[in-house]
Design a protein around this ligand. Sequence first.
Ligand code: TYC
Length: 123
Amino acid sequence: MIQPIRLARRIRAAGDDDRVDDPLVGDQVGVATKTRAKSKKPSMFKVLMLNDDYTPMEFVVMCLKRFFAMDLEQATRVMLHVHQKGVGVCGIFPYEIAETKVNQVMDFARQNQHPLQCTLEKA
Ligand code: TYC
């Protein structure tokens, strides 16, 4: 009687590499494997805005709208929070995005000769 060839059944998942379990090679017949490409979730950073006595409120609101995609209401709420408490969170991002946003705010403030300060903190 002819024996059917057993084929390796393999569960594939997103992030698999392209290794194949060949059922005709070696003794690993019919072994289901699941491999996953190594990926690490990025650590997140808060972007903080600091209060000062000189930067106009309208300028802070403009920064929050421009660089953090806030609408007028959100931006006004965050600006007033910073004005009253001294510091506030503009958003939480992976390191490189957070760093870029800090640089964008600081460059824009410098170009307009405002002392506005923005910084990073591990979330
Ligand atoms: N304190 C500023 C003023 O009274 C306004 C201000 C708000 C400045 C938030 C900086 O991050 C800031 N004009």
